[in-house]
Design a protein around this ligand. Structure first.
Ligand code: ZN
Length: 195
């Protein structure tokens, strides 16, 4: 399969605020999109990417936390499995189920460059989704994988990590965010003018 690096849209692009459409069936186009998203995420050294970030409001996420030194655990059917053995993850229609505890940690986002912030998330979550074969995927995770899953699934609902920052941090970044939004809209106008 040929893989392409896609453009990652930036904060201010309307796709980032759209709720994703459920995926009714896995088509060759969807497989291609998932492969391209993985390629794009790796090229950008990210641990996750949601379809909204490449301008498509559908319920699709890719993740690979194995490039990070931050710990994660993953449980499948009540048994712990080596996280690396399950990476990369392609999640179709993922939802966060049972959440437990609390973790705080530094987050960033490929769609919100140059901004990081401490974000509070659930310590452990259950994720339910389908894979590219249409089979159900259910796992429990904690650590970075739980953080990444919550961050990416937020994207599918049009939520950005900056929305979850405490007010003081968000205010400190408001100039940068406004500038980014302006630039994203200008880039969008330019690209739609070309068509
Ligand atoms: Zn993100």
């Amino acid at each position: 399969m040929r893989r392409m690096i896609l453009e990652i849209v930036k904060c201010g692009h309307p796709a980032l605020r759209e709720k994703g459409e459920p995926i009714a069936c896995v088509t060759p186009e969807l497989r291609q999109l998932a492969a391209d998203m993985l390629e794009t995420m790796r090229a950008a050294n990210g641990v996750g990417l949601a379809a909204q970030q490449v301008g498509q409001a559908i319920l699709l996420v890719v993740m690979d936390v194995s490039i990070s030194d931050l710990p994660s655990r993953m449980m499948v059917g009540g048994e712990e499995v080596p996280v690396a053995s399950r990476m990369p993850l392609v999640l179709v229609n993922p939802v966060v189920g049972e959440a437990e505890g609390e973790q705080t940690g530094e987050e960033g986002c490929l769609s919100v460059p140059e901004i990081t912030g401490t974000i509070r998330r659930a310590a452990a979550v259950t994720v339910q989704a389908q894979d590219l074969e249409g089979k159900p995927v259910i796992f429990r995770c904690d650590g970075l994988l739980a953080r990444a899953a919550q961050h990416e699934i937020d994207h599918l609902h049009g939520i950005l990590f900056v929305d979850r920052m405490d007010a003081a941090t968000r205010v400190s970044y408001s100039g940068k965010l406004k500038k980014m939004q302006k630039e994203a809209l200008a880039a969008l106008k330019k690209s739609s003018g070309k068509r």
